[in-house]
Design a binder for this molecule. Structure first.
Ligand code: HEC
Ligand code: HEC
Ligand code: HEC
Ligand code: HEC
Length: 506
């Protein structure tokens, strides 16, 4: 056999030929590769603005003209078909599922109506529909302030810029109905001129400032959670900051834990309402999603809310961030399997297992709280004094705060199962301590038998038990939705027709 090296020895030019051919081949391959990479990059970042609009532009569909992939995926938040074991994108009437809640919230708006959240594009519809905002007809007022609009719409930063922050919060809810019409969207999380993530809500910026931190220094990865922390957090209305204004405030000055916030509220003697049965000065936890997430293992490994709820997607060579914010269990491939190698079923099982275990104890705590309120009511009826009741009511306040902190931290049983279990555990202990005090007091007042558990087998039965007339509230709401709300939309459409939007292809 005449090997290649022998042939090259005989004809040296053959070696040179092979060398040059190789160089040319490598060069051509290189060109090809670089052209593919460039095309990919073009596909990923193809940005040809179609329209120019103002920084405040609240309408998602206008932004959508420039960013069709993000807008199309955002629109999927209107889907209501996905159900996981406990969550999903459909409305769930939680008072129907768990009538104990009606008793826990007696005397407070949530006992009228509480539905589990659905997609971002329903935020405005749902605040209009809930019985909590009431059915204010001409001249009438809502029981809720304008502060309630704050986490619903990109019209909020628009209006705050125009009239001022305190002026925005001021007044009852129906007075700004014609101003807030676009559901959560682009301007809530993005700066229109740079498209960078940005914080549009003053309450978050102010909470950082009070802790001596500057949110503008947050890293890019932190911003991928902080944009959510504008809304998915615990808050209250501070009535002492600006005269006559329920000023939206995050109670984070002492820390984010259930104990730190409890201490904050106790120090300022704040109560959201007085319980109708027990007369305890109650706290309503809102939705400390961000606070509880931060105590979990994903947060400590630097995984952001957007990593799971807004994963990267790839469609026809185009890469984009999925703006269909939803339960990640509807898209385990993109939400979890970029990091975890387990099968989909296994990952979903992990989530359900954590939720099941926590809900078991959460239900137990709910039952203890129902009993506490009913027993305290009886104690008052039997002639208990304020002095005898103070410590008991404080226990009820603290135990229910812990239950609510755990229950309302939506997703918390997965985001941070150990912390949520701990919080429920401390709640059970405090509730039982309260009931030991109660049973001693009841005994001294002549009640020696166990106090009967009320019939609260359905939402209707529970509402009847606390003496609430839901039918009248519903009827008022119906009329309000038919007669007042269409007027709001007309006024808004007229205003929006004056917002400058310029086509760049005229
Ligand atoms: C401007 C306030 C606001 C911001 C910002 C916001 N949310 Fe929401 N989010 C809401 C409200 C309000 C709802 C409930 C809407 C409803 O039920 O009508 C909601 C609902 C949800 C749901 C439930 C969706 C479903 O299908 O059940 C998830 C999940 C969620 N948000 C995650 C996030 C994540 C993750 C971020 C950050 C990337 C974020 N949200 C940013 C206010 C906000
Ligand atoms: C709840 C917050 C939130 C809302 C609302 C939101 N975005 Fe985003 N957006 C994000 C996050 C988080 C990213 C990822 C940013 C990053 O990591 O650089 C992103 C990225 C983007 C990008 C960069 C390209 C990409 O896909 O990663 C564009 C463009 C964009 N969004 C457009 C929009 C448009 C248009 C809307 C309204 C229809 C919108 N966004 C609404 C949070 C939001
Ligand atoms: C960006 C990467 C990343 C993503 C996305 C991610 N995880 Fe994780 N996950 C981690 C890391 C890191 C840990 C910590 C374990 C470790 O360090 O070995 C972890 C831990 C876990 C654990 C064990 C911790 C516990 O709570 O007991 C479970 C279960 C889990 N992940 C499920 C999921 C599911 C379900 C999803 C999707 C909804 C998901 N993960 C998305 C990175 C990720
Ligand atoms: C490691 C992945 C992961 C991270 C990080 C994460 N979540 Fe979740 N989230 C989940 C999973 C899984 C569920 C449970 C979904 C279910 O039960 O269908 C969930 C549930 C939720 C829910 C309730 C959804 C519903 O349908 O009602 C909300 C709201 C939510 N998360 C918001 C957030 C916010 C805000 C952050 C950041 C502060 C965050 N999540 C961080 C995986 C994650």
């Amino acid at each position: 056999m005449n090997s290649i090296s022998n042939q090259i020895k005989q004809k040296p030019w053959l070696g040179w030929l092979m060398f040059f051919l190789t160089v040319i081949l490598v060069f051509v391959l290189g060109l090809l590769a670089s052209s593919i990479v460039e095309r990919r990059a073009e596909a990923a970042y193809a940005f040809t603005p179609q329209v120019q609009y103002e920084n405040f532009e609240p309408r998602n569909e206008i932004w959508g003209k420039n960013f069709p992939m993000e807008y199309q995926s955002y629109k999927k938040t209107a889907d209501t078909l996905f159900r996981s074991k406990y969550n999903g994108s459909a409305t769930i009437d939680m008072l129907e599922v768990d009538p104990r809640l009606v008793v826990l919230w007696a005397g407070y708006g949530f006992s009228k109506d509480y539905k589990q959240g659905r997609g971002h594009s329903y935020a405005v519809d749902d605040i209009r529909n809930t019985l909590r905002t009431g059915g204010p007809l001409k001249g009438g007022t809502s029981p809720m302030p304008n502060t309630c609009w704050t986490c619903k719409s990109p019209d909020v930063p628009r209006l705050m810029e125009k009239i001022g922050v305190a002026e925005f919060y001021q007044g009852t809810w129906e007075t700004k109905g014609a101003e807030i019409v676009n559901s959560i969207g682009c301007a809530d999380c993005h700066d229109a001129s740079t498209m960078e993530l940005h914080i549009s809500r003053p309450a978050l910026i102010e909470a950082f400032e009070r802790k001596g931190e500057n949110i503008a220094e947050a890293s890019h990865q932190e911003m991928r959670s902080l944009v959510c922390a504008q809304c998915h957090v615990e808050y209250y209305f501070d009535k002492n900051k600006v005269e006559g204004v329920p000023y939206l405030t995050f109670p984070w000055d002492k820390g984010y834990s259930v104990e730190s916030m409890e201490e904050y509220y106790d120090d300022i003697e704040f109560a959201d309402w007085t319980h109708k049965l027990s007369r305890a000065p109650m706290l309503k936890a809102q939705h400390p999603g961000y606070e509880t997430y931060m105590t979990g293992v994903h947060a400590s490994r630097g995984v952001s809310c957007a990593d799971c709820h807004m994963p990267f997607m790839s469609e026809g060579g185009q890469k984009y961030t999925d703006h269909h914010v939803q339960s990640p269990l509807n898209n385990v491939a993109n939400s979890c399997q970029v990091c975890h190698r387990e099968e989909t079923d296994k990952l979903i099982h992990d989530v359900y297992e954590r939720q099941d275990r926590i809900i078991e104890n959460r239900d137990k705590l709910e039952e203890l709280l129902v009993r506490s309120h009913v027993e305290a009511k009886l104690a008052w009826e039997l002639g208990a004094t304020e002095e005898q009741m103070t410590a008991i009511l404080q226990d009820i306040r603290h135990a229910q705060w812990r239950w609510d902190y755990a229950a309302a931290s939506h997703g918390g049983s997965f985001h941070s199962p150990v912390e949520i279990s701990r919080v429920i555990g401390t709640g059970i202990t405090i509730a039982q301590e309260g009931r030991i005090k109660l049973s001693r007091l009841l005994f001294s007042l002549g009640q020696t038998e166990e106090v009967a558990y009320p019939d609260i087998s359905s939402k209707a039965a529970a509402q009847a038990f606390i003496g609430m007339d839901a039918a009248t509230l519903k009827a008022e709401k119906e009329i309000f939705l038919q007669t007042v709300v269409p007027g709001w939309d007309l006024v808004a459409a007229e205003r929006e027709s004056t917002y400058p939007v310029k086509s760049l292809f005229d």
